[in-house]
Design a protein around this ligand. Structure first.
Ligand code: ZN
Length: 145
């Protein structure tokens, strides 16, 4: 499900995680909306192949959804490869390149029992401490711990 937002003239190739005015929209494009428009965003249910990020305290690891239960209350995600591409060393400024890893570790997450208030919240599975953020792939290693 690729982003089809009219805002970027159809050149966006990112996987979508929202629906805006009935069209799939990616996380990045949703940032270009006005505040009023953002309130109309609807989170897409997780789907196989959807990019995501495992957030483990302050560390972030990129992953991909590989299983979604009927009713979407349970998902399984697999860690992707994250290759550091900057030369900043033990810095907060980190850049990564992602690629699929068929042998990546798998993690199971459950939908929160508390109903989400915003579309952003609906994209978070799991709990504080270890959660999964759907729709965006991110890597970050916290050197301060
Ligand atoms: Zn987009």
């Amino acid at each position: 499900m690729k982003c089809q937002t009219p805002l970027n003239l159809g050149f966006c190739d990112q996987a979508s995680c929202f629906s805006f005015a009935g069209l799939p929209m990616c996380f990045e494009c949703s940032k270009d909306l006005t505040r009023d428009q953002q309130t109309t965003l609807v989170a897409l249910p997780p789907y196989v192949g959807m990019p995501c990020t495992i957030q483990y305290y302050s560390d972030a690891h990129p992953a991909t959804v590989i299983y979604v239960s009927a009713g979407t209350s349970k998902i399984v995600v697999r860690e992707d490869h994250a290759k550091r591409t900057d030369n900043n060393g033990m810095s907060d400024c980190q850049q990564y390149e992602f690629s699929p890893n068929p042998e990546g570790q798998e993690h199971t997450f459950f939908k929160s029992k508390t109903p989400p208030v915003t579309a952003d919240e609906a994209l978070i599975y799991g709990q504080r401490g270890k959660s999964c953020i759907l729709g965006i792939r991110r890597a970050y290693y916290d050197y301060s711990y």
